[in-house]
Design a protein around this ligand. Structure first.
Ligand code: NAP
Length: 241
């Protein structure tokens, strides 16, 4: 990249978001790293980004809280000026079968995984429009494509993200703004701790869990891919083939 650009990454304190922040820093982006509560971990990610030559700042922001999102967007704008890439990665799970799923667990997963991406996109679109360019990458899931027992809330949120991605892509393409999604399979992070069973691995054609860095590479590709919009890129070892 010739001039420096800024990427906002939600859920950047650990797991996939941390890997995305580092990959984008390595590619030449300055990083606004957003987390829910583990601000020290997000600060450490920023330190690692700075070691790669990027500017980086950590922000604590619950992406499901519209006032907090607006405030954070204002802070990022003051700190970095322009924003070029938004990676909506923050996510949670509250797994159980439909019959036993509590309404609050359905709502919480939709609020963070789906509404959070909406609020962040809405808050950062004005910055993209001013810059006449911008790129949203939403971290969906193969579960949004295939369904998964115990994850009605999560599957609904991740499928919803795909619909939202394509809508944003259509609404803002003429203004130079792209929107794409990555649909990871099973990636080894805190979210999937304890899930790596022989039964699961047998369902994955490539026979292993993915690494956060493998999702980060897909995000970095989509950030740079100027003729790609409205795409859903599976990075899943073939499980959703
Ligand atoms: P993770 O290790 O559990 O990390 C979740 C991240 O999201 C943390 O940085 C957390 O911040 C942040 N977060 C949670 N709720 C938030 C909120 N309300 N506001 C702001 N930040 C919030 O998860 P991961 O495995 O890296 O997953 C990252 C994304 O990939 C999620 O959207 C997930 O659904 C998706 N995904 C994961 C897999 C997988 O196999 N791991 C597969 C498909 C899709 P704190 O550290 O401060 O709590």
């Amino acid at each position: 990249m010739s001039e420096r650009k800024t990427a906002v990454v939600t859920g950047a304190s650990r797991g996939i978001g941390k890997a995305v922040a580092l990959e984008l820093a390595r590619a030449g982006y300055d990083i606004a790293a957003i987390c829910a509560s583990r601000i020290e971990a997000a600060e450490e990610v920023c330190e690692a980004c700075r070691a790669l030559g990027a500017e980086a700042r950590a922000y604590r922001c619950d992406v499901s809280d519209s006032a907090a999102v607006k405030e954070t967007a204002g802070a990022v704008r003051r700190d970095f000026g322009a924003v070029h890439v938004l990676v909506n990665n923050a996510g949670i799970t509250r797994d159980t079968l439909v019959m036993t799923m509590k309404e609050e667990d359905f709502d919480a997963v939709i609020a963070t995984n789906l509404k959070g991406a909406f609020l962040m996109t809405q808050a950062f679109l004005p910055l993209f429009l001013r810059a006449k360019e911008g790129c949203v990458v939403n971290i969906s899931s193969v579960v949004g494509l295939m369904g998964n027992p115990g994850q009605a809330n999560y599957a609904a949120a991740k499928a919803g993200l795909i619909g939202m991605t394509k809508t944003v892509a259509k609404e803002y393409a003429a203004r130079g703004i792209r929107a794409n999604a990555v649909a990871p399979g099973f990636i080894a992070t805190e979210m999937t701790e304890g899930l790596e069973t022989e039964e699961l691995l047998a369902q994955i054609p490539l026979g292993r869990m993915g690494r956060p860095e493998e999702i980060a590479q897909a995000v970095q590709f989509l950030a740079q891919a100027e003729y790609v919009t409205g795409e859903v890129l599976r990075v899943d070892g073939g499980i959703a083939m």
